[in-house]
Write a protein that binds this ligand. Sequence first.
Ligand code: G3H
Ligand code: 13P
Ligand code: ZN
Length: 324
Amino acid sequence: MAVSYRELGLVNTREMFKKAMEGKYAVPAYNFNNLEQLQAIVTACVQTKSPLILQVSKGAREYANATMLRYMAMGATALAKEMGCEIPIALHLDHGDTFETCKDCVDFGFSSVMIDGSHHSFEDNIAVTKKVVEYAHQFDVTVEGELGVLAGIEDDVSAEKSHYTNPDEVEEFVKRTGVDSLAISIGTSHGAYKFKVKPGESVPPLRFDILEECEKRLPGFPIVLHGASSVVPKYVEIINNYGGKLDGAVGIPEEQLRKAAESAVCKINIDSDGRLAFTAMIRETLAKHPDEFDPRKYLKPARTELIELYKHKNLNVLGSAGKA
Ligand code: G3H
Ligand code: 13P
Ligand code: ZN
């Protein structure tokens, strides 16, 4: 049965982005797949009074069950209210791959969807994105599109390779599709291995020149950054100290994200950092307490650490704290 996101206590991203643009900060878009991640995200955003975009990938929908997710999102808005601070919360489909997936999410109570047509040709990307926009806007659900392909670790990113967003294309794309926000590629990538760097070397800076060009072509238009985890060294170290094997994991330095958040970048996507913090604490707790088999006992420290991580992001990286 179709349900409106408003019935779930959710909002779309329009007003959030308008305020973020004016206030020069970025709204956090945190992915979740389970109860503890959701509790941590909501708690951190309520405690820091930050607007919030709850992100669900196709994989998360398959893992947690679409119906269950609808009620989890409803639970999140109820929890925020119960904690005494009604922060705006959007439920967003991350990397929707087809019109059908996006439509299903609109019908299932999502307030925002991403149609990721970045792997298609320019014309095919426009066609599928426009179709999603036409459907979603009937229900006042906002739509994020993407232009440019985020580099993977295998891609050997270099300025010459045209993975980056071409600023000459953004205006036409936005005009012809009617999207509400646009994800661009300026050197971030998904996962925990964003760059190949030798010990002592620093990571290549993000392409702020491309971002600035996009801003010029689309004045006041919300830009989105994917692949924005910092891959916090502390968590990689804990994981490796307690039996894990994450060699060469590296992310985006916080100061570069702070700079991006002050620009037209209104939404910053973070998933891997939460995964790393969660895994680190579970590994450490189980290693120190090998007799423990009550999931609550080893998930609680992980959830507590997640709360601290997300509060830090809101306060010190995205600047979204106090903006709800
Ligand atoms: O951008 C991808 C997100 O980190 C979601 O990852 O598809 O493994 O849930 P996932
Ligand atoms: P990270 O893997 O850097 O956390 O990126 C997450 C993301 O972009 C989700 O869409
Ligand atoms: Zn992404």
